[in-house]
Unconditional design. Sequence first.
Length: 160
Amino acid sequence: DLVISRHKQSDRKGRGIAAGQGKTAGRGTKGQKSRTGSSKHPGFEGGQNPLMQRLPKLHGFNSHRVVAEVVYTGQIEQLGKAKVDNQVLAEAELISSPHVNVKLLSKGDLTKKVNVQLQLASKKAAEAIVKAGGTFDKVPQVKRAASAKKVAKHPEKQKS
């Protein structure tokens, strides 16, 4: 039986002289490219520093945005204070320091009248404070006091 194939069979290289691609199998003689397993990675330039390594690198995106620490309405309820600000939250160890940005989010019930002075609050959290009879005031981030070393070095920069 004669089997007719639609596809041309690929050459079986290196199978003797009569096969037409025998002996060196189209690889020429000697050299790195004639050996099995020889493959240089893309961009290889014979040991010379490749173009992609010679070119200067572009600086990547590095966000310097200060991420706000989160406090919830339920946590403010448990504090039992009439006035809540960064200092009160830091003393209660709900935030790492009084000098960080704090955002109030709505999670948990708030029934007590509380006056909140923070940097940020979600709409729902602000509504919950007002609904409970309290107030929310947006205040700027509390700055750290300049160290004595810095004050001694630059006295002209200090406010009098």
